[in-house]
Design a protein around this ligand. Sequence first.
Ligand code: RP5
Length: 194
Amino acid sequence: MTGEAAAAAGRPVVGVVMGSDSDWPVMQAAVEVLEEFGVPSAADVVSAHRMPTDMISYGQAAAGRGLKVIIAGAGGAAHLPGMLASVTTLPVIGVPVPLTHLDGLDSLLSIVQMPAGIPVATVAVGGARNAGLLAVRILAVSDPALAARMAEFQAGLRAGAQAKGEALQAKVRVLRSGQDLAPPSGATGPGSEL
Ligand code: RP5
């Protein structure tokens, strides 16, 4: 089944996998943003170290079951994204999950330092939402309606940033009018010259 056919049938086109259910608090942001865009996904635990043969089977079967993108998150010795990328032709997006120690730097380096020939698109530590958005962009290359939704989403980001700028300018105007920094009578020091 092709990815388009799978999506049309409501079948998942993005596989979201993680090394443990303890990764879910981070990884759920990927599923949430895929839901926002109406992209069917399927989430599961596929541990590279605790269930290696299942991991290989998952990667080998992924394209055939209609998946078009895999998002894989793991923490610590985070080998899941890279190993999946080695057994599938699908694009794999890696999410470094931060654990208690090392602040996720271990996860980041485990995922991002792939050998030549086997790419993994690595997002920031804990960046599952961006992983979902990147998956949407990959799918949108061949889906004009999805591309339009992404453009609309980005316009919303721009409007939000503009609103922040306007709010900031308003604060600056207040500051310059002296309303916030009016010094007590007779006071000297920073702000008293405003
Ligand atoms: C990794 O080990 C998982 O991706 C998870 O981030 C970490 C800890 O797993 P648990 O011990 O919580 O199951 O493989």
